[in-house]
Structure formats: C-alpha cells, structure tokens
Write a protein that binds this ligand. Structure first.
Ligand code: HEC
Length: 208
C-alpha cells in the first residue's frame, strides 16, 4: 500500500509538473532543471570586466583587422572610397601622373625597402594568379582563361612602362579594374595599391 501511495504521488507530481501551471506568469525566477545556457560567462559591452588587464569589457579592434565601414580616415587602414587627390585616384590635374605620392612618406632607404617588400607580398597575393609571379601574364588563372573563356587574355605587365602606363594609371586599374580584371579598391588599402605599383616597376626594371 505504501508503494501504491508513493507511486500515486510521484505520478501526480509528474502530471502537474508536465501539464500544470503552463502559461502562468510568475514573479520569481523559475526553477531551472536544465539551465539551457540562460547563464553564461560572457563579456558585456560597456561594462567593467576583471578578465582584462585594463579592467574594461569593451575591446579595441584586433591590430591588422579591418572593421566594416572603417573608411573614415580615422582608422589606420584607408581604402579611399569617395576621396580625391593624387594619393587616392592617381590623377594630377585630371590626368594620370607618374611618381609615388608624398602621403606614403617614404623618407629613407629602409622605408622604401619595406614598402617594396610589402608590394611584393601584395602582388603575389592578389595579382600573380593572373599576371604571373614575374608579371609576364602567365599566371594559373590566365591559363584557365585561355581554355574556358578565350575572350579574356591576361596581358604581361612587363611592357606597361611609365611612358604609356603612368603610375597613376596602374593604380587606377588596380582600384577600379579593367575589362576582364576586377576592381580591388575594396580589398587592397590605398597604401598597398601604391606598394604594388612600386613593385611592378621593380619587376619591369629587373626584366629589362
Ligand atoms: C582575374 C585575373 C586578374 C587579376 C587577379 C588581376 N588582373 Fe590585371 N588584368 C587582367 C586582365 C584580363 C586584364 C586586361 C583587361 C583588358 O584590357 O580588358 C588586366 C589588365 C591589367 C593592367 C592594364 C594593362 C594594360 O596594358 O592596359 C594592369 C596594369 C593590371 N592588370 C595590373 C594588375 C595588378 C597590379 C593586379 C593585382 C592587384 C591585377 N592586375 C590583378 C586580369 C587580372
């Protein structure tokens, strides 16, 4: 008999537990059998947090990352959208100019060496797939185009010399694309585009 009552009480609790009090409002927090991730260790914005050495919950962007809409000139990486002037559009008095913009502040040899090395890295990342590592127009994608889409031919960049292709023009092609080549103004920051131009000149010089 004892067991019958125990079973009955358990059964009643089970029924009430499953079906009872559904939809009712409580002023107190419910009993949590399964917490369902209601409580987590997390950092809340604009609050103090002892986890970090400076005690702040809000963090600065990680160095080297590009926050969306960062193109205000305030952030260190500049994509130059909507800005004008030689540094941003490669044009001097309306036509493409030659020479590296002063904004790059390349004052001594070590600046220039670092700048060229950056240009090499960026060229190999963004351009070599089509134009080839040496700039001869024989990258892997060029070979693919030749088979899949013979309308597009990837030119050698070794003949795009300053007399016919001023620095500003090459900068503009990188920024806005040309024919079968896409625009890179949203992917490569302004400074890196100029670094690519400089590296391209180095490739041309070593080729001649
Ligand atoms: C998807 C393949 C592809 C990539 C990647 C690419 N290009 Fe091009 N590029 C082309 C094609 C195709 C053309 C020819 C466009 C035309 O004239 O119709 C071209 C043209 C050019 C020209 C103009 C050459 C001329 O004689 O007018 C320059 C300069 C150039 N690219 C530089 C670059 C640089 C620098 C990069 C890297 C930021 C790059 N390209 C990335 C395919 C590519």
């Amino acid at each position: 008999m004892k067991y019958f009552f125990l079973a009955l009480i358990s059964f009643a609790i089970l029924i009430v537990g499953v079906f009872g009090l559904r939809g009712d409002k409580f002023s107190q927090a419910p009993i949590e059998v399964f917490p369902d991730m209601d409580h987590q260790d997390k950092v809340k914005a604009q609050t103090a947090n002892s986890f970090f050495a400076d005690g702040m919950g809000s963090r600065r962007p990680v160095i080297g990352t590009v926050p969306k809409y960062a193109d205000s000139g305030i952030m260190p990486l500049e994509f130059g959208v909507g800005r004008s002037g030689y540094y941003f559009d490669g044009k001097l008095d309306g036509s493409f100019g030659n020479g590296m913009p002063v904004e790059l502040s390349l004052s001594d040899e070590s600046d220039s060496i670092g700048f060229l090395a950056r240009g090499e890295d960026m060229f190999n990342v963004h351009c070599a797939i089509c134009h080839g590592k040496s700039g001869d127009g024989k990258g892997v994608v060029a070979a693919y185009f030749a088979k899949a889409d013979p309308i597009i031919t990837v030119p050698s960049l070794l003949t795009a010399l300053p007399a016919t292709h001023p620095d500003g023009l090459i900068y503009d092609v990188i920024s806005n694309g040309k024919g079968g080549m896409g625009a890179y103004k949203h992917n490569i920051p302004v400074r890196d585009r100029w670094a690519i131009v400089a590296y391209l000149r180095a490739l041309q010089t070593s080729n001649n």
